[in-house]
Design a protein. Structure first.
Length: 361
């Protein structure tokens, strides 16, 4: 039986004004459910064990990073703090769904969801070991009060003619989000190591695989919500996002079957999620299909996107002041959070609208 329980939020005056900014109808009392969906590349969350078949020796007490239990649990706590804060300016539940990348295995995820800062949310885990040679995977955490899990599948990414190339899977998780069918794809496309131009075909191939999955899902159920999230290692304007994933930038031009990328405007304004050589890239994004911007009454609708770049996530001194405060630079331990900022979107479903004037008559 589907779990249709959810938290009903009577919007405070401030949230009411926030909604009016997008739908300035006359003075009406609105009750709605508000949900946050987010993504976070948490920068190499490894345990301290040297695992066979995984290139993780550097993340051991004897390795080059001298990665020990003290550093590991500090990292868990820092990531837990960030997850506990995302979205809580709008909903006390924070992220209903959060995708993660650069995690080593199921064990580190179990330690993470047990962190006291987020333990009460009772996040459930979807994870598969991928063939990535560095040993990092993607995963999805979700709260059952919002999302009813139905199925999941990892799609192996092997570029044509590159049987020797091993990277992260594309993780597909399907379920019911408060009565509405939803598919989530978590991505971590190939990096730019070796140069952007030289590695561009790999990300284009990853985009093509993701788009093929999306097209199949749309064909099976055109009414379902499809949410793609991840560290794409490309900006919104790169050809992988623009030509191969085919994500539209202008919300007003999104048609059925299209995908919408709300992070283009952030990039155009110079806002990024990762800094490199004194410039910002916006590699982390959440892209979704037309069903979440159709505005159908009684269904979830996209309201806002954001980069979670709170002050405590910033490096405050030295050469990298203003950059994300990361865990390591090379083998030098900085004790930060991640080299990426998280990203998020807010969805709103209005379920009751009553005109005060009519109430008084």
């Amino acid at each position: 039986m589907l779990n249709r329980s959810f938290i009903t939020l009577t919007l405070s005056f401030s949230i009411f004004l926030w909604l009016l900014a997008f739908n300035p109808a006359a003075a009406q009392e609105r009750k709605a459910t508000v949900a946050c969906i987010s993504f976070y590349n948490i920068e190499n969350l490894f345990d301290t064990i040297d695992s066979q078949g995984v290139r993780d020796t550097e993340y051991t007490p004897q390795g080059s990073k001298q990665w020990d239990s003290v550093k590991y649990w500090d990292k868990i706590s820092k990531v837990g703090r960030v997850i506990s804060d995302i979205g809580t300016d709008i909903t006390p539940d924070g992220s209903a769904i959060i995708g993660l990348s650069e995690i080593e295995n199921i064990l580190v995820l179990q330690d993470l969801v047990a962190d006291p800062q987020i333990k009460e949310r009772d996040y459930k885990i979807v994870h598969y070991d991928s063939p990535d040679r560095r040993g990092v995977d993607v995963a999805l955490l979700y709260q059952e009060k919002y999302f009813t899990y139905l199925s999941s599948k990892p799609f192996l990414f092997v570029p044509e003619g590159r049987d020797d190339f091993y990277s992260r899977d594309v993780l597909l998780v399907s379920g019911i989000f408060h009565g509405e069918p939803m598919h989530i794809l978590v991505n971590h496309w190939p990096s730019r190591g070796g140069g952007e131009r030289a590695t561009r075909p790999l990300r284009n191939a990853a985009a093509q695989l993701t788009r093929q999955i999306v097209d199949s899902l749309m064909q099976a159920d055109p009414t379902a919500h499809i949410v793609m999230m991840g560290d794409f290692n490309d900006d919104p304007t790169n050809e992988s996002m623009k030509n191969h994933l085919r994500a539209v930038w202008n919300q007003k031009k999104v048609k059925p079957g299209d995908l919408y990328n709300p992070f283009y405007d952030f990039f155009r304004k110079g806002i990024g999620t990762i800094a490199w050589r004194d410039s910002w890239n916006l590699f982390d994004m959440i892209v979704f299909n037309q069903t979440l911007i159709s505005g159908d009454k009684g269904k979830y609708t996209f309201r806002k996107a954001g980069v979670f770049n709170e002050r405590y996530l910033l490096q405050t001194e030295g050469r990298f002041a203003g950059y994300p405060h990361r865990s390591h630079v090379g083998d030098t331990y900085l004790g930060g959070y991640s080299d990426h900022f998280p990203v998020y979107i807010y969805l709103v479903r209005e379920f009751e609208i009553s005109d005060k004037k009519n109430k008084n008559n």
